[in-house]
Design a protein around this ligand. Structure first.
Ligand code: SF4
Ligand code: MG
Length: 328
């Protein structure tokens, strides 16, 4: 299939327990029934403000946290049905890169050991083969031989992210979920890491899910983008279409916050009213209705479904008609 990953009806709910009886008083719907598919070889962006559920989605896809409901097909196999042992094996092919590589790199280990570790854990190769693989990994991410004997604290943020990326590549994965991989880095370093990721994608035929909190980074690396708001996907489309013709009012607002150097392309700035509601108390109907300048009665009552509004463009908003074919 052209899709490496297909996600159907994914949910992650956390019970809210209250009172001395510790009864469940409702749920934080961190991820609330989302569906999308990632094509082999593409970079799929997952974008939204902090707390929208994008990191929870990334971790749920790898079952680093267990989803509450839904199916995740990796190469056609529903990995939510795998035993933990089967899942552990499958995870070789699906790796994650974290926002803050420092907290995920063991400070007591040298870079050499950090890069070798996943291969040891998965029983990949003998000692000599692993050593050779480590020096190749260092090479492809631009670290030198001397770097291999140093410890994480001896590196800059950008170099640490190179180590995190090299470690993710150690088991030759097909999919890498990158959770805000450059958000903690200086702007000048961000583009170096992005360029490296693009080179690696070409060289190794990688598929990326790239998580970001705004649309500016995504513009350079993603092929398609899903915009999330309060645990839901509100729009999915090609990057070009998203920038030229954003449909969901929330996407329009996010986009108007991205600096646009060309005055002809500059859009009128949309200022959102109010704050993002708590995911413990998401509004009924369209979750965005409390902040949307176009909210109608139906928006306050019935949740809009992600619908194909034009070829290759899915939007969950009543402004785009209810007669469209609903996405299964
Ligand atoms: Fe606004 Fe209604 Fe569209 Fe939601 S469904 S974004 S409230 S117009
Ligand atoms: Mg996050």
């Amino acid at each position: 299939s052209e899709h490496l990953l297909e996600v159907k009806g994914l949910k992650k709910y956390y019970p809210i327990k209250k009172g001395f009886l510790n009864r469940t008083q409702g749920y934080v719907k961190a991820v609330d029934d989302i569906s999308f598919a990632v094509r082999s070889g593409e970079t799929f962006g997952l974008v939204g403000e902090s707390g929208c559920g994008k990191s929870t989605t990334g971790r749920s896809l790898l079952r680093l946290i267990e989803p509450t409901a839904g199916e995740v097909y990796f190469e056609g196999q529903d990995i939510t049905k795998l035993s933990l042992e089967e899942m552990r094996k499958r995870r070789r092919e699906m790796q994650i890169v974290f926002q803050d590589p420092f907290s995920s790199l063991d400070p007591r280990n040298t870079v050499e050991r950090i890069l070798e570790e996943p291969m040891i854990v998965h029983g990949a190769g003998n000692a000599r083969e692993r050593k050779a693989a480590v020096s190749r990994l260092a090479d492809v991410v631009g670290l030198s031989k001397a770097h291999l004997q140093r410890y994480p604290h001896q590196f800059s943020g950008g170099q640490r992210q190179r180590i995190g990326i090299a470690r993710a590549l150690a088991l030759q994965p097909k999919l890498i979920i990158a959770d805000e991989p450059v958000s903690a880095l200086d702007v000048s370093i961000q583009s170096q890491v992005i360029n490296l990721m693009q080179d690696l994608q070409r060289e190794f035929g990688l598929t990326y899910i790239f998580i970001a909190h705004d649309l500016s980074v995504v513009k350079h690396i993603c092929d398609r983008v899903a915009v999330m708001y309060l645990g839901r996907i509100v729009e999915i489309t090609d990057k070009e279409m998203l920038y030229a013709n954003p449909q969901h009012p929330y996407t329009q607002a996010l986009l108007s916050a991205v600096p646009e150097p060309d005055p002809d392309l500059r859009k009128e700035r949309v200022i959102l009213q109010g704050e993002v509601p708590s995911p413990a108390n998401a509004p009924v109907g369209c979750a965005f209705h409390t902040r949307c300048p176009h909210a109608m009665d139906i928006c306050r009552n019935v949740r809009p479904q992600l619908t194909e509004t034009e070829a290759g463009h899915l939007t969950a908003c009543y402004l785009y008609g209810e007669t469209q074919t609903q996405l299964a």
